[in-house]
Design a protein around this ligand. Structure first.
Ligand SMILES: [Fe+2]
Ligand SMILES: [Fe+2]
Length: 138
């Protein structure tokens, strides 16, 4: 999986977090392809989970702060991703994870950045809550 400019939401902090997650997907893809041991794959999925949880918390805080109308729906999608990731991690304990299962998550994530995340950040920008490159200083 590779970062593409079309994924950009227009706020550098969020883009950097998204890039970090895309990079982790790349590392996990390579681990699965190389048929690394279950513990290696499990560990890498755990790193993905840490990053995703942190990133989702940042997005959800921004939504709360700015009263984003689709906050509940968006947070529900984040939950779905984490639940699928949990399932995948459990799978590593009993059998080899296939590219198909990780592809589901990376495709989901790509679509999420290009649709719901862009929609949410555009809403923030439209309301004049943030400028295009940086969050306002506290
Ligand atoms: Fe999101
Ligand atoms: Fe996001």
């Amino acid at each position: 999986m590779q970062w593409k400019d079309e994924y950009s939401v227009g706020i550098s902090e969020i883009d950097e977090q998204h890039k970090g997650i895309v990079e982790l997907f790349t590392v996990i893809d390579a681990a699965i392809e190389a048929r690394e041991s279950w513990s290696e794959v499990f560990f890498k999925l755990e790193q993905l989970r840490d990053h995703a949880r942190f990133h989702f918390a940042v997005e959800e805080s921004l939504m709360r702060m700015h009263g984003y109308s689709k906050q509940v729906e968006h947070a529900g999608l984040h939950k779905h991703f984490l639940a699928k990731l949990d399932q995948l991690q459990m799978t590593t304990l009993s059998r080899q994870v296939t590219m198909n299962t990780i592809n589901y998550l990376s495709k989901w994530y790509t679509e999420h950045m290009k649709t719901q995340d862009q929609d949410f950040i555009r809403d923030l920008i439209d309301k004049g809550k943030v400028n295009l490159t940086r969050l306002p200083a506290a």
